[in-house]
Design a protein around this ligand. Structure first.
Ligand code: IPE
Ligand code: IPE
Ligand code: MG
Length: 369
């Protein structure tokens, strides 16, 4: 396994692409926290190469290297990549914490891949190399509960009840498939405008879900995190959300993100207010604001960009879902109503995702997970 630690997702995708072309299994991590969380997994011990972005490596403070000492096998070859300065030599070697570290420029990624290839020669497990690649972060707009109920001649709430069962099945299915982040759109900021009875039912369903599903989350190693204006809910729901986050914090499998009282525009506004306060307190200069700054101030920064958005019920819009994170998402719309959505439908959607070509504005297509 080659591990990549970088916050530039174009670069992560590029390395993944190169690794796959060379049949080397590749796992991207985009924050040191995520990386070291994952480091406790047994397969991590088999990793031979770690590629770290120079800025994230904090090489001067040696901070990340101390953690590498603690968690990673001593045979791990570490490459520190600097963004494309001309002065960076092709590949040079330095010693940090008694470990030999190779420093290279991102421009020389191809020479780097040749070196990595040599390390893996004759050892690449064929089966793993051909394993299909999954999107890192999938978002689902679970729509069509009302129409499903209408078609059956039952109350809208029946549609929500059935929709919840479908969500439970799908969460387990996605976790077992190895999806890293699954964001489910359960209740939007706009949904508060619905009939108070329906709103009350949905709030109750959320509460019951949190009460009944914690065991399933623990059994499936799922970590839970809500995004949205959590303060909009009654204190008992807020408390349950906090308890569920806490109980599942140490789980290392899929992260289930529940978008509740969530609106993408509101999320950006909330982030801007936090950033504005930092500027006011002289903690940040306006010209220092970057894409990363925005990401860092969203409800759940580690979530980052969404690779794949699925929407059921035939509507072809995003309805304020992951507005900032979906700038380059692949979109998939299916006419199936949410209460009829099955794991097979989900797998079909993933097949479509794999067939897509993501270019990110470049001339060459990059296929990746
Ligand atoms: C999605 O189903 C669930 C929520 C928005 C909570 P809808 O309730 O929007 O179902 P339709 O779109 O009316 O069929
Ligand atoms: C989006 O569905 C929100 C959720 C699925 C939770 P809506 O049914 O509320 O969206 P619109 O009103 O059709 O855009
Ligand atoms: Mg709807």
């Amino acid at each position: 396994m080659v591990i990549v630690l970088d916050d530039d997702f174009y670069f992560i995708n590029h390395v993944q692409f190169l690794c796959r072309g060379k049949s080397i299994p590749c796992t991207p991590y985009s924050s040191p926290q995520e990386l070291f969380h994952a480091a406790r997994r047994p397969e991590f011990a088999k990793a031979k190469v770690l590629i770290i972005n120079y800025a994230m490596s904090e090489m001067n403070g040696f901070k990340i290297f101390r953690q590498i000492e603690e968690y990673c096998p001593s045979s791990l070859v570490v490459y520190v990549l600097k963004s494309s300065q001309n002065s960076t030599p092709e590949i040079s070697e330095v010693v940090v914490s008694e470990r030999s570290v190779k420093v290279a420029s991102k421009n020389h990624i191809n020479s780097l891949m040749r070196e990595i290839e040599l390390l893996y020669q004759n050892e690449v497990p064929k089966l793993e190399a051909s394993k299909p690649v999954l999107p890192r972060h999938i978002g689902i707009i679970m729509d069509g509960n009302g129409r499903w109920a209408q078609q059956k001649g039952v109350e809208r709430t029946e549609g929500h009840r059935q929709g919840l069962e479908v969500a439970k099945t799908l969460i387990q299915h996605a976790a077992r498939k190895g999806i890293r982040y699954l964001t489910l759109y359960a209740f939007s900021t706009e949904n508060w405008q619905r009939d108070p009875k329906e709103v009350a039912f949905l709030n109750l369903a959320l509460k019951q879900y949190l009460l009944s599903e914690r065991t399933t989350m623990m059994e499936n190693n799922i970590r839970f995190y809500p995004i949205g204006r959590i303060d909009d809910f009654n204190e008992d729901v807020q408390e349950l959300l906090r308890v569920t986050i806490e109980a599942t914090r140490g789980n290392t499998g899929m992260t289930l993100v529940l978008a509740v009282s969530y609106g993408g525009q509101t999320e950006i506004i909330d982030a801007m207010q936090l950033i504005g306060k930092k500027i006011q307190n002289n903690q940040l200069l306006p010209e220092e604001i970057t894409h990363q700054t925005l990401l860092d101030h969203l409800y759940f920064p580690e979530l980052k960009e969404c690779d794949f958005v699925i929407r059921t019920s035939g509507e072809c819009r995003l309805s304020n879902f992951l507005t900032y994170q979906s700038a380059y998402s692949e979109l998939y719309f299916t006419p199936i109503l949410w209460p009829d959505f099955t794991p097979q439908h989900f797998d079909e959607a993933l097949d479509v995702y794999r067939s897509r070509e993501r270019r990110f504005g470049r001339e060459t297509a990059i296929r990746f997970g």
